[in-house]
Write a protein that binds this ligand. Structure first.
Ligand SMILES: [Zn+2]
Length: 340
């Protein structure tokens, strides 16, 4: 089969890879209907994360089940399924508490390479959620968004304790930040302040329900958010970048007693203990337990109540994955969908 492989920073190639097959009785093999490039794929692509030899890429996926191992009970060949970037058993105490991305049996799907024609999914019964029937073609991008960026933005909002009457700020205008705006509105936020300086992204944020746009970053951004909130800061702030600057902007934009939900993969972030002590801010985040939210998100999509697939502003055949990476790296595209 064909699949994307990162050979070195800036060097993604679509090449022949071995066909995945059932290795464990709890596995499934799916034929991918769509996959995509993640903001987090850009960390190794840019050489900020080291690459140990050629690495299969991709961890966002929807597709049709081809084959299941003999212990798989709930998922059947022919079903359309959505999974997330950590395989999880969905039965251990950590999963049952809603933290499937820290499952005691978790396995990162990124290492298996979902930017491909086929994918082996470990722990299929716990990891995959099937739609009641094959979804209409136009909903496939929305369902693909649920696999990571929507689920991650949603977790950011939940971790930030978004709810009715709350003022929410979102730091980061990538696909996760934009879908955190959507999640905040769905969860009842009264006011959503999006931080973005790029006009097309500002428009999408407004489409998803942002009521205010702040273009400044860092301490100037903090001052603008304070101006908009009677000098207090937001109740809930979602951090969707992962840098020192974005994390500090999120913490300093939150009012005492408020909550930060951080879902940008942290790179080189160090928190000042004394400032944190006196801030009275709650911090919660990490790799999103997307699996917790998948049934609800799939339902909202199938009822056409949300349209998270609008974050895909470029669709390419899988064979052009290298151009997809370039477009995202240069911020010419918010998010790139790949068609195997
Ligand atoms: Zn588990």
């Amino acid at each position: 089969m064909r699949g994307a492989v990162l050979h070195a920073p800036g060097d993604v190639r679509v090449e022949e890879r071995e066909d995945p097959r059932i290795l464990l009785p709890t596995d499934a093999v799916i034929r991918l209907s769509a996959t995509c490039v993640c903001g987090s794929d850009l960390w190794p692509y840019r050489g900020i994360e080291t690459v140990d030899g050629p690495s299969p890429m991709g961890h966002e996926y929807v597709g049709v089940v081809q084959e299941v191992g003999r212990e798989v009970r709930d998922v059947r060949p022919g079903q359309f399924v959505v999974g997330s970037f950590f395989a999880s058993d969905n039965t251990c105490p950590i999963c049952r508490a809603g933290y499937q991305s820290s499952c005691v049996q978790r396995e990162p799907v990124g290492g298996l390479g979902a930017q491909a024609e086929y994918l082996r999914v470990p722990l299929a019964d716990g990891t995959l959620v099937a739609t009641p029937e094959l979804p209409p073609e136009d909903l496939v991008p929305d369902l693909l968004a649920a696999s990571d960026v929507l689920g991650t933005g949603w977790f950011g909002a939940v971790a930030a304790e978004v709810g009715p009457g709350r003022t929410v700020a979102v730091v980061g205008d990538g696909a996760v930040g934009l879908l955190a705006v959507l999640a905040a509105r769905q969860l009842g936020a009264e006011r959503v302040i999006a931080v973005s300086r790029h006009e097309p992204r500002q428009k999408l944020a407004a489409h998803y329900g942002a009521t205010d746009i702040v273009t400044e970053r860092g301490d100037e951004g903090v001052a603008r958010i304070k101006d908009l909130t009677d000098g207090l800061g937001a109740h809930s702030v979602i951090e969707a970048v992962g840098t020192q600057e974005s994390m500090m902007q999120a913490i300093r934009s939150t009012r005492p007693g408020g909550h930060v939900g951080y879902v940008g993969v942290a790179h080189g972030v160090e928190l000042p203990g004394e400032e944190l002590f006196f801030s009275h801010v709650h911090l919660h985040g990490g790799p999103a337990p997307v699996r917790r939210f998948l049934p609800e998100l799939i339902d909202l999509i199938l009822r056409r109540e949300i349209d998270p697939g609008r974050v895909f502003d470029l669709t390419l055949p899988l064979d052009q994955a290298a151009e997809g990476y370039r477009a995202m790296d240069e911020r010419r595209a918010v998010k790139v969908l790949l068609r195997p």
